[in-house]
Design a protein around this ligand. Structure first.
Ligand code: 5GP
Length: 115
């Protein structure tokens, strides 16, 4: 079994978080340290540590993450666009080892990486 992180406690509502969406497969909540006016994390309820650990059996949850991202973006009024980002392991600067998709929006974003 992969190790739990703080995100498992958020899913189970054992610690406070601003949850904006939850269903049987995924949970979405506002990042505690927002980098943009809208900064939401969308995560599978199942512990998948990193993008390097996804399997075919996870495809329903992974697909749901994208449809939930689209719905949240509509709710947040991000009609001019937004960025979806997944950091993976050390070189990707992943901090929490429970797979999560960042949804950034609400302002003009810069280049994805410094040139
Ligand atoms: P990573 O660098 O792993 O892609 O991003 C982890 C994100 O989780 C960071 O943006 C960080 O602010 C956020 N985060 C870490 N701990 C908590 C927490 O306890 N609650 C919430 N809402 N966000 C958290």
């Amino acid at each position: 079994m992969p190790e739990e992180t703080i995100f498992s406690k958020i899913i189970r509502k054992e610690i406070p978080a601003d949850i904006v969406y939850q269903d049987d497969l995924v949970t979405a909540f506002r990042d505690i340290n927002p980098l943009t006016p809208t900064h939401i994390l969308i995560i599978p309820n199942k512990i998948i540590p990193t993008a390097a650990d996804v399997n075919e059996e996870d495809e329903a949850a992974l697909g749901r993450m994208f449809t939930v991202a689209r719905k949240i973006a509509e709710q947040e009024g991000l009609d001019k666009g937004y960025r979806l980002l997944v950091n993976c392991k050390e070189h990707g600067r992943q901090e929490v080892y429970h797979l999560h998709m960042h949804l950034f929006g609400g302002k003009q974003l810069g280049n994805m990486l410094p040139k």
